[in-house]
Design a protein around this ligand. Sequence first.
Ligand code: XMP
Length: 177
Amino acid sequence: MNENIERCLIAENEIKRRIDVLANEILEEMKEKEFMVIFLLKGALVFAADLCRRLPVALEIESLNVSSYKGGMESSGVIEFLDTRFPDVKGRSVLLIDDILDTGRTLHTVSNKLNEMGVSQLRRCVLLSKDKKRDVDVGVEHVAFTIGDEFVVGYGLDYKGKYRNLPYVGILKKDSI
Ligand code: XMP
C-alpha cells in the first residue's frame, strides 16, 4: 500500500469482480451491437480502459476533457469543457463513463450537452457514487460501488494530480493532504 494512504476502501480484486458483472448488465441494456463510449478525462481513464475491454462489441471510444475540481478536494461547481473538438454523437447510442458521482453537476452538464447534440440513446455509468444529496438530479443507470461522502483517490481518482495509478480506491492520510 502507498505510504500516504490511510486505508484501502475498495480492493483491486473487488473492482475486477464488480466490473465483470457491470459489463454484463451494460451489454444486456445496450441492445445495439455497436455503440459509442465517451469517458471523462482524466478521472475515468482507468475505469473506462478496464470496463471497455470487457465489452466484446464493436465499440467506438471517445473522451471528453472536462474539469470541475482544480486538483484539490472541492468541486469548483463550474464545469468546463476543455476540448476544442466534440465527438460526432448525432443519432448515436452513447455510454457515458465517469469516475465518481458527487454533486451531480458534471454528469448533468455533460448529459445535457450530449442530448442537445442529438444522441439517440444515452446511458451513464460511474465507478463510484457518493451516498449524499446531489446539487442537481441526474439519472445514472450503472453504478459499480456506492461509497460514503468522503474524498477518495486511486483507480483514476487523484489528489493534486497524484495517485491515479493506484490499483485500488483508498482514503488519504490526513497529513498527506
Ligand atoms: P460532481 O460533483 O460534478 O463531481 O458530481 C464529479 C467530479 O468531481 C471529482 N470528484 C472527486 N475526485 N476524489 C477525487 O479524486 C473524490 O472523492 C471526488 N469526488 C468528486 C471527479 O473528478 C468527478 O469526475
